[in-house]
Design a binder for this molecule. Structure first.
Ligand SMILES: C[S@@+](CC[C@H](N)C(=O)[O-])C[C@H]1O[C@@H](n2cnc3c(N)ncnc32)[C@H](O)[C@@H]1O
Length: 254
């Protein structure tokens, strides 16, 4: 499936998508006892939002993504020496796993909704060392689905622009989190939920950049300046743009 994480979308993604708070990464390090002897595989690594912080905490990390432009940007920006960037998908894990040996963790940040999670969890189980496991991260509710006036204004603008309703929560809703937890249980993992919450104060540029980073490349506006001007006008009456960010992490320990 072509998700359109290419071209200019990659630049928007790298520049405007937030990384994960240290507390979220450290919760997984503590849960699996990760350390200097471990390898972590980050599936759907994108531009490396999770791969790099994990690399700083373990022996080596492997970032896996099917989009060459995302991987190239991740590789250019990474300031750590111990990451391998691999072109591939979740379905390549069964072959990759034995090549890197038993891993401490397989992480998935904001990408599981594009994978067959039941099959993936079954594949991961024999690849991780005892006590290690799989960690599913979500990085807050999509900007246009939040319960604030500015978010509703953004949703209205984007729905009009795209000509479609925007309802996909990208795995952040309770129902989907429970489905993932059930599937982890079924694959014989011990499940725990972790939550890291904080408040972020956005500006118009970050909201526009965040919205553009979520569009497939073929849906990017031809006239970015006009798009930004029109969206600014819709947003500005709703300042300040306060966001309550809930980073959810589901861990399945072997
Ligand atoms: C929203 S980005 C998430 C990037 C980063 N992990 C983060 O947390 O910000 C989703 C990434 O998943 C990748 N992806 C989509 N389908 C995938 C699959 N089947 N296997 C691995 N990665 C996939 C996309 O190419 C994209 O780079």
């Amino acid at each position: 499936m072509d998700l359109g994480f290419r071209g200019d979308v990659v630049e928007f993604y790298q520049r405007y998508r937030r990384g994960y708070p240290d507390a979220a990464v450290d919760a997984v390090v503590a849960e699996f006892g990760l350390g200097r002897s471990d390898v972590v595989v980050d599936l759907g690594c994108g531009t490396g939002q999770l791969t790099v912080p994990f690399a700083r905490r373990v022996r080596a990390a492997v970032g896996v993504d099917p989009e060459p432009d995302m991987l190239a940007a991740a590789r250019r920006a990474a300031d750590v020496p111990n990451v391998s960037w691999v072109l591939g998908a979740d379905t390549d894990l069964a072959a990759l796993g034995p090549a890197v040996g038993p891993v401490g963790a397989v992480t998935i940040g904001q990408a599981l909704h594009w994978m067959d999670h039941e099959r993936l969890f079954r594949t991961v189980h024999p690849l991780v060392r005892p006590g290690g496991g799989v960690a599913v991260f979500t990085n807050g509710t999509p900007l246009w689905l939040q319960d604030t006036e500015w978010s509703r204004a953004l949703r209205g603008f984007l729905e009009h622009y795209l000509g479609t309703r925007l309802a996909l929560t990208c795995g952040t809703d309770e129902h989907t989190q429970q489905r993932y937890a059930d599937a982890l249980n079924a694959a014989h993992f011990t499940v725990r939920r972790h939550l890291v919450e904080y408040e972020d104060h956005l500006d118009v540029e970050r909201i526009i950049g965040g919205a553009l980073s979520a569009l497939p490349v073929d849906k990017l506006p031809a006239d970015r300046t006009a798009f930004a001007r029109a969206l600014s006008e819709v947003l500005e009456p709703h300042e300040p743009f306060v966001e309550r960010v809930a980073v959810r992490i589901l861990t399945g320990r072997r």
